[in-house]
Ligand binder design. Structure first.
Ligand code: ATP
Ligand code: MG
Ligand code: MG
Length: 291
């Protein structure tokens, strides 16, 4: 249990500890305007936000308010702080998609055929039986092998999303969902996340369906591969909502390729499985409401 508070925010005269569930601490700062935060600039992500502000998905992403240069000389994106209008919010980050690395990153990893002892060690720490006999003998695995394996220990490769972090309103948080994999395990985690907030589940479900419907109409979604992007779930006693965040690894689909976000991924086809994740999220939340 850790209290993860990189800085304090002020909104309508209320002071509250900001919650960051993923990424490096240094990547975020309090924003210059009330109700905003700063995220370290990536031009890839800025480009996405600029397009999203003109897309039907706009209501489902934090508002983008332009670039800011900080005293340290670093460039940041100023974004709506999604927590501002909540009172002691419970927050959950779910990373969507059947893989969390770009095709390009895998291709780069494949160029290096060196066996990695560090990755072998990480592998056996999680699962003694994961390495092949050959890999056990050499006490090493290649990087692409490790990258592909890593997506199979959580629900990423099977359900098309994984829980990346959770923090309840009382300050308790658990960051260890690395091997949370089955529908049953996820369902338990969602129940724990929403326990004591009976309104949250039906609202989350409605919002997820809204998101799915809008994705199907979005030009941005049709033309981009969404990798490592998350849905941020936020609720308190009064309300509950979900936003799409983190477009640092969202890239345009190459000209000669179209993707449907739900076909199986094969190296080179650029499918991200985003809709596989959304559909599974909806079916898991539905199974919780019906009980
Ligand atoms: P990573 O790639 O490791 O996921 P990152 O540096 O790209 O991290 P994000 O995923 O965009 O950063 O954000 C990290 C965390 O910060 C999120 O999990 C969420 O808790 C919080 N966060 C990000 N954007 C917002 C926002 N607009 N409003 C409120 N919280 C946010
Ligand atoms: Mg993220
Ligand atoms: Mg990111």
């Amino acid at each position: 249990i850790v209290q993860w508070t990189p800085f304090f925010q002020t909104y309508k005269k209320q002071r509250y500890p900001w919650v960051q569930l993923a990424g490096h601490q240094g990547n975020f700062k309090a924003g210059p305007d009330q109700g905003t935060i700063l995220k370290k600039l990536s031009s890839q992500e800025e480009r996405c936000f600029q397009l999203l502000m003109k897309d039907v998905l706009r209501p489902f992403v934090p508002e983008y308010k332009g670039q800011v240069t900080c005293d340290d000389g670093e460039l940041y994106l100023q974004l709506q702080d999604l927590l501002s209008s909540f009172d002691c919010p419970c927050v959950m980050d779910c990373k969507v998609g059947v893989r969390t690395y770009l095709e390009e990153e895998l291709a780069k990893a494949k160029e290096k055929t060196k066996l990695r002892k560090d990755m072998y060690e990480k592998m056996i720490q999680i699962d003694q039986k994961a390495p092949t006999e050959e890999e056990h003998r050499s006490k090493g695995v290649t990087k692409p092998r490790y990258m592909i394996w890593r997506e199979t220990i959580s629900s990423t490769s099977t359900l098309g999303f994984r829980i990346d972090g959770v923090k309840k309103g009382d300050g308790t948080s658990s960051k260890d969902f690395k091997t949370t994999k089955t529908k049953e395990q996820i369902s338990e985690a969602f129940k724990e996340f929403t326990a004591g907030f009976p309104n949250a589940v039906p609202r989350y479900l409605e919002r997820l369906k809204n998101i799915r419907e809008t994705l199907n109409e979005s030009h941005f979604f049709r033309t981009h591969e969404l990798i490592g992007s998350s849905l941020l779930f936020v609720h308190d006693k009064r309300k509950a909502s979900i936003w799409m965040i983190d477009f640092a690894k969202t890239v345009p689909v190459p000209d000669n390729i179209t993707i449907d976000h739900k076909s199986a991924w094969k190296v080179g086809n650029h499918e991200d499985g985003y809709l596989i994740g959304i559909n599974n999220l909806i079916s898991i939340f539905e199974s919780i409401t019906s009980k």
